[in-house]
Ligand binder design. Structure first.
Ligand SMILES: O=P(O)(O)OC[C@H]1O[C@H](OP(=O)(O)OP(=O)(O)O)[C@H](O)[C@@H]1O
Ligand SMILES: Nc1ncnc2[nH]cnc12
Ligand SMILES: [Mg+2]
Length: 192
């Protein structure tokens, strides 16, 4: 440290974190009535157009895992938008990434779980061989709305004898109460 330079305080760190979160929030696109009337679509993909915002997102997510989910052994990510963040977190932490895909996309022996989300029905699948029994898995996705997608993914991991230790999302739509469906601690970066 340079003579005379003040040591960074916790407040400096917190300020930086808040600035990053503001930058992330500013870069989430809002599209009314998509994909159907009455839904305000929060487009997290728009963050990827701005490298500074994407960098901030990566740093905030990785820090969140290091602070709140220290025991994480692998990252499970949801098709499709969870794939944008899961692998970069996993790579930074040098741990495996496991894809949870929409029905019919994964080869080999798979386990399936059906669910309902904010604007329709769907099903997710996981390759059985990708989950080691007892593995401590953190699930990541871009957004929590009704919680159907993440809840189904928690069930999938359980069916394959993995242990979901938590869920991490970029954004949470609080008035849809998705958090109540999730049986593990959930952390969101931006709240609406
Ligand atoms: O909390 P929920 O009500 O389940 O909704 C949240 C999910 O909905 C969106 O995915 P979607 O399956 O629509 O599309 P994607 O393939 O673009 O990720 C979003 O990316 C979350 O995965
Ligand atoms: N309002 C919303 N915006 C973006 N993705 C979603 N997935 C479910 N609801 C959504
Ligand atoms: Mg999705």
């Amino acid at each position: 440290m340079l003579r005379g330079a003040a040591a960074p305080t916790a407040t400096d760190e917190q300020k930086k974190e808040l600035e990053k979160i503001e930058l992330i929030k500013k870069n989430i696109g809002l599209y009314p009535d998509f994909p159907k009337a009455g839904v305000l679509f929060r487009d997290t993909c728009t963050i990827l157009r701005q490298p500074n915002a994407f960098q901030a997102l990566k740093e905030v997510l990785v820090q969140c895992v290091r602070v709140h989910f220290v025991e994480t052994e692998c990252i499970g990510g949801l098709d499709a938008r969870g794939f944008l963040i899961g692998p970069i977190i996993a790579l930074e932490l040098r741990i495996p990434f496991i894809p949870i895909r929409k029905r019919g996309k994964l080869p080999g022996k798979v386990t399936t779980e059906e669910y309902t989300k904010e604007y329709g029905k769907d099903a997710v699948e996981i390759q059985d061989e990708s989950v080691t029994a007892g593995a401590k898995i953190l699930l990541v996705d871009d957004l929590l709305a009704t919680g159907g997608s993440l809840q189904a993914s928690c069930n999938l991991i359980e069916k394959c004898y993995g242990e979901v230790i938590g869920c991490l999302v970029i954004a949470e739509i609080e008035n849809l109460h998705g958090r109540a469906q999730i049986p593990v601690p959930l952390h969101s970066i931006v709240k609406y």
